[in-house]
Write a protein that binds this ligand. Structure first.
Ligand SMILES: Cc1cc2nc3c(=O)[nH]c(=O)nc-3n(C[C@H](O)[C@H](O)[C@H](O)COP(=O)(O)OP(=O)(O)OC[C@H]3O[C@@H](n4cnc5c(N)ncnc54)[C@H](O)[C@@H]3O)c2cc1C
Length: 286
């Protein structure tokens, strides 16, 4: 349980962090909250020769709400959970984050670290997919934005290129007629999602005109649920319409099976938690 030796840097600006990352290449790892990286290092599943700790990079922290929402990559779960303006603009963020781990995890874990790590059981990937968020990164070729829909490529894999650092996450504030919700079946010890479902719904004149649903925990990566979304759009968002749409949850997904839950059980829970998330999202949209 002791990590291999490593060199440690604590840059105070993004430019300095990017320079260090470029200099050390594949030998280096960014350190954010350390809640995924340090356990992996202690188990020697990861042995980076260089750690670049970005906790002192103030420009990567903070939440701005102004029609759109911008959350710095180094913003902790706790800061997200307790931000009043964010709670008003997009209540699903605090709802989902309050279900992550425990207070210690929420005090250290960061949104950027979670998205970069892309744990198949992490909550935030489903939420950023349902909100159609943009993930902003900066690297040797300058800044770029990656749509959440293109970001998660496989288990623990993302569209981040070597040398890139996530800088922030942006999405639209929710307006009149819009609602979003997150429902999760947590692992009883870690609280990671055995299955989690995030839903966004827009309603106009009593009809669902837009819908995005994403599931985490069930497969190797968080995934949008196009069959659910298409089944709900154009309906009145009634409990029956939601149940019929949620019955498509998990369609086309590779299900994970492990000691915690079989493939069959996860597939069943996809439908249950999608229905719960949609019921709440529609209620909030009305
Ligand atoms: C006991 C326990 C329970 C947990 N329960 C949950 C849960 O219920 N739900 C949940 O979603 N999560 C859970 N987590 C995970 C936790 O919430 C953190 O989000 C997660 O560990 C990663 O964030 P971090 O800031 O700790 O990243 P780190 O561990 O510091 O980094 C993780 C990876 O991301 C890379 N990285 C970090 N920041 C950046 C960046 N800005 N740009 C590019 N790469 C970067 C690192 O190099 C590393 O490879 C739990 C963790 C623990 C220890």
């Amino acid at each position: 349980m002791i990590p291999a030796p490593f060199d440690y840097y604590a840059p105070t600006s993004l430019a300095e962090a990017l320079t260090l990352l470029q200099r050390h290449g594949d030998d280096a790892k960014i350190l954010a909250g350390g809640h995924s990286l340090l356990p992996a290092m202690k188990l020697r599943l990861a042995s980076p020769a260089v750690l670049i700790d970005i906790n002192k990079v103030a420009e990567l922290r903070g939440i701005k709400v102004n029609g759109t929402v911008e959350i710095g990559a180094m913003t902790t779960w706790s800061a997200i959970e307790h931000d009043a303006a964010l709670a008003k603009a997009c209540p699903v963020m605090a709802e989902a984050v309050s279900l992550i781990g425990d207070i210690q995890v929420r005090n250290r874990g960061t949104i950027g670290g979670s998205l970069a790590h892309a744990d198949p059981a992490a909550d935030m990937p489903a939420v950023v997919l349902a909100l159609d968020a943009q993930i902003h990164v900066e690297g040797p070729n300058g800044p770029r934005a990656i749509a959440a829909a293109d970001f998660f490529t496989d288990m623990l894999s993302t569209a981040l290129e070597p040398g890139e650092i996530i800088t922030s996450i942006t999405f639209n504030s929710l307006g009149a007629g819009e609602g979003a919700a997150y429902a999760k079946f947590p692992h009883p010890a870690s609280r990671y999602a055995i299955v989690g479902a995030a839903a966004y719904v827009k309603m106009e004149n009593g009809q669902v005109t837009a819908c995005r649903v994403a599931i985490t925990g069930a497969g190797p990566k968080a995934e949008r649920q196009p069959a659910v979304e298409q089944a709900l759009i154009g309906t009145d968002g009634s409990a029956d319409a939601i149940a019929a749409a949620a019955a498509h949850a998990g369609e086309g997904m590779d299900m994970l099976g492990d000691i915690h839950a079989s493939e069959e059980y996860r597939r069943a829970m996809c439908k249950v938690y999608t229905k719960r998330a949609l019921l709440k999202a529609v209620e909030r949209a009305r």
